[in-house]
Design a protein around this ligand. Structure first.
Ligand code: USQ
Length: 406
């Protein structure tokens, strides 16, 4: 297949591009390199030294003989460029990662909220609009999030996208319908993925576009089979308070002797998936497109659930690290249960890589190797969800923890 990977320079986009190229597909990365600009804005860098996209693709070609093509396009701003590229290249499939993906970054300030909404919603809408205009029947696979559901369950497992409901009519009958599971975002970033869902529903219904939406959990790990092949194919690995995600952060913190930064009681339960499984799921989704004019296909892309404090305690035992119980900068339920259905990917052959597989040690080793690149003052998560929370926490000058000042 000829596949366009939008956002193919990012944390999941890059290993996905390599994985699909390795499987024999013709890969075109479209990216505005915004994630690299955000590193510059925040004054942080990936734990792992990352080469330019041109250099990465050159190394991939030298290693494998396969070419990954790169096109510098801003989907949210350059509609005509995007449309022109799609019209000339007419890909068979499109994988869409090209969105600002960090919840804390999206909550940093009014400017970051505006940027996240306009970037994410415009990127998705520009793409859908162009597909219709060009009469291009490419299968669109979008990276969504488990966070569209919120994380609270009412004692029933979260289904894969659609919820069967019975609606009582005026004459006392019960009509059955399947509706999108009610969205319940916990950040501006997660909200943009809920808005994406609405755009997908409309364009699938109105124009018959073939769309798969992957509701992904928190990705952990850094290496995949392909990124291991050469030092310069290494993936980015975020540790900072805005872009680092919880399990990877704890592992890096363990590697550099930094207390594990648990928010509140660590009672939040979340869904997780290893990056190797993430790229496999995308390939499985590409191989199983929905029919034209059918409803949006939705998969829950996760393999296990864990409570944050259980992860911290496990890593503390493994590494001898201390745990820092910090005031939570986010507005979220302090404790939640989470049960999620993921039978669709399992039924299509996904064999989960779970936390028990011994990969945690590999990540600590990567983190130790590059520990000299860590700026410890950038470890704390200081982006507060509300003005009230912002007033109650302050950044410790030593960069070790958030303190409650109330
Ligand atoms: N947390 C800590 N300590 C930390 C960092 C996070 O206790 O140092 C807690 C947070 O308060 C939260 C949980 O861990 O309760 C998860 O936070 P996270 O930063 O790992 O994940 P999140 O902000 O939800 O976002 C990440 C990705 C996003 C993706 C989402 C999937 O950045 O792109 O959509 O995971 S999900 O969480 O399933 O919605």
């Amino acid at each position: 297949m000829k596949i366009a990977v939008l956002g193919g320079d990012g944390f999941v986009g890059w290993p996905t591009s390599l994985h699909l190229s390795d499987a024999g597909h013709e890969i075109h990365i479209l990216d505005n390199l915004s994630r690299r600009w955000i590193d510059t804005e925040l004054g942080v860098q990936s734990l792992t030294p990352m080469d330019s996209i041109q250099e990465r693709t050159r190394i991939w070609h030298a290693e494998t003989g396969r070419r990954i093509h790169f096109h510098l396009i801003d989907l949210a701003k350059d509609y005509e460029l995007l449309k022109g590229w799609l019209s000339r290249n007419r890909p068979d499939a499109i994988v869409h990662f090209a969105e600002q993906r960090a919840a804390p970054y999206s909550m940093k300030s009014d400017r970051h909220k505006n940027y996240t909404v306009s970037n994410n919603v415009n990127a998705t809408h520009n793409l859908l609009n162009a597909l219709v205009e060009l009469d291009l029947d490419a299968h669109l696979v979008h990276l969504g999030t488990m966070g569209v559901y919120g994380y609270s369950t009412v004692g029933a497992a979260i289904p894969e996208g659609y919820l069967p409901v019975g609606i009582e009519t005026a004459d006392g009958r019960t009509v059955s319908q399947e509706i999108l599971y009610p969205s319940n975002p916990g950040s501006i970033y997660h909200m943009t993925k809920c808005l994406d869902q609405q755009l997908f529903q409309f364009y699938a219904k109105n124009d018959g576009l073939r769309i798969t939406d992957l509701h992904q959990g928190i990705v952990w790990g850094t290496h995949t089979e392909q990124t291991r092949r050469h030092a310069q194919l290494i993936n980015r690995f975020d540790y900072d308070g805005d872009y680092g995600t919880v399990l990877n952060r704890f592992l890096i913190q363990a590697a550099i002797g930094y207390p594990l930064t648990v928010h509140g009681t660590g009672g939040q339960t979340r869904a997780f998936i290893h990056i190797q499984d993430s790229v496999r799921c995308i390939e499985i989704a590409l191989n199983n497109p929905p029919a034209r004019s059918s409803r949006v296909e939705i998969f829950n892309q996760m393999t296990e659930t864990h409570r944050v404090r259980a992860l911290a305690e496990m890593i503390a035992r493994m590494s001898g690290s201390k745990i820092a119980w910090l005031p939570n900068p986010r507005k979220e339920a302090p404790e939640n249960e989470l049960v999620v259905k993921n039978e669709k990917f399992l039924g299509l052959g996904l064999e989960p890589t779970t936390l028990g597989e011994g990969l945690l040690g590999e990540i600590v080793d990567v983190a130790k190797k590059y520990a000299y690149r860590v700026d410890r003052s950038r470890v704390p998560a200081v982006s507060a969800w509300t003005r009230d929370i912002a007033a109650k926490v302050e950044h410790d000058p030593e960069g070790v923890r958030l303190k409650s000042v109330s």
